[in-house]
Design a protein around this ligand. Structure first.
Ligand code: SF4
Length: 396
């Protein structure tokens, strides 16, 4: 670890930058109807516009249920293009597609669409950059640029749904079924916008994608007050806690937010969430060679989670050339899993989809700005994609 433990300050308040233009997806149904009325159009046109938007249509020529004269006005006022594709990269025989997006102010974020036989999952970003300063993470080392607006987050999921519907990933047309907030950023540090995004993901047509609560996963590095707030909201989405260390001594440096809220507090908040929702939470644990993969830490983690409504996802680090951070060797991974299972803790090693396209936390965007920064295969795949230990990435 040593020199790799670059100590950056934790940043909770995103820098204020020019706001993205107003977008339909930032508005409640009532606000959208009022905005349309302000444009001199009947309020129901907001519903028509929303239906088109959530189906991935922003081309006025296709909005045939809206009078031609009104289409461009409505599109300009309420459907500005917030996300521009910089590039797509595909992997896993075309079943994984990573997209780098440029936002209106030049900030870069990424999303990853992964198709499995039984579902399609998109991993989305909630912030440009991240203020949580985890030393092993490219995004964390580059710092926080800004919070995304709700429409900028929702737009990533809408684009993924449209890509699935249009058959843009291998396997023909399909349906987006899952969303995980495991791209760039700490979702709960951008709480209000993430909450609004949940409304859109779970909302039914015309103002939403109609996903089920269990197929949406919100991850957090451990912002305890925000976990409690989410618990009170009554949205039964799946919670994923990025723990990466079972003891405060290591976690204080590996996941610096731990200096605010300790392991015990994070797990207590996650337990309360599980009790309230009846839903098992997942504990994400990036296995880093000689840093957090020792047998005694497996035992500590086992004791911490035994008997709890929790499931451990072990994520072998995705090593970056030149980085001092490396993945745990296979025997160490096996030992870690065996000890957790012996403690009665459900454990899987996560599929590291897209690894051959730098499928790592913020790595794609960071690669455009920061040379040689270490990264981790943290947030790409779905939480519910268990892969047998030692299996190759492409499990489909
Ligand atoms: S690992 Fe996650 S929480 Fe930590 S700096 Fe990276 S994006 Fe932020």
């Amino acid at each position: 670890m040593g020199s790799a433990m670059t100590a950056l300050p934790l940043v909770f308040d995103a820098p204020r930058r020019g706001k993205p233009p107003r977008h339909l997806a930032d508005l409640t149904r009532e606000e959208a109807r009022a905005a349309v009325a302000d444009l001199g159009q009947p309020a129901f046109r907001a519903d028509q516009l929303a239906r088109h938007y959530y189906r991935g249509t922003t081309d006025p020529a296709q909005m045939t249920d809206i009078p031609a004269a009104a289409r461009e006005t409505l599109r300009e006022a309420l459907l500005p293009e917030l996300l521009t594709v910089v590039r797509h990269q595909t992997a896993d025989n075309g079943r994984t597609r990573k997209t780098l997006w440029r936002l209106h102010d030049g900030a870069l974020v990424e999303s990853v669409l992964m198709r499995y036989p039984d579902r399609a999952t998109v991993c989305i970003s909630s912030q440009a950059g991240c203020g949580m300063a985890c030393p092993f993470c490219a995004t964390g080392q580059a710092g926080l640029t800004r919070n995304l607006s709700a429409a900028e987050i929702i737009g990533q999921a809408v684009a993924a749904a449209a890509a699935m519907a249009d058959g843009e990933v291998a396997g023909g047309p399909g349906r987006l079924s899952n969303v995980v907030f495991m791209g760039m950023g700490e979702p709960l540090a951008n709480y209000a916008r993430v909450r609004a995004t949940l409304d859109a993901l779970l909302g039914t047509a015309p103002y939403g994608l109609g996903l089920s609560q269990r197929s949406v996963t919100v991850s957090t590095v451990g912002l305890v007050p925000a976990i409690r707030r989410l618990t009170e909201e009554g949205r039964n989405v799946t919670l994923a806690v990025s723990l990466h260390a079972p003891d405060d001594e290591l976690r204080d440096t590996l996941v610096p937010i731990n200096t605010r809220w300790k392991v015990g507090e994070v797990i207590e908040a996650a337990d309360a969430y599980a009790q309230r929702t009846g839903r098992r939470y997942s504990v994400e644990y990036a296995l880093i060679r000689d840093v957090n993969d020792q047998p005694f830490r497996a035992d500590l983690l086992g004791r911490l989670l035994a008997g709890k409504l929790a499931h451990v996802n072990l994520i072998p680090l995705n090593p970056t050339p030149g980085s001092p951070w490396d993945a745990s060797p296979l025997p160490a991974q096996r030992e870690f899993v065996a000890r957790l299972r012996a403690a009665g803790v459900a454990t899987t090693v996560r599929d590291t989809r897209g690894q051959d396209i730098d499928g790592a936390c913020g790595q794609l965007a960071a690669a455009d700005r920061v040379e040689g920064v270490p990264a981790v295969a943290l947030p790409t795949p779905a939480v519910e994609a268990p892969v047998p230990l030692g299996a190759e990435a492409d499990q489909g």
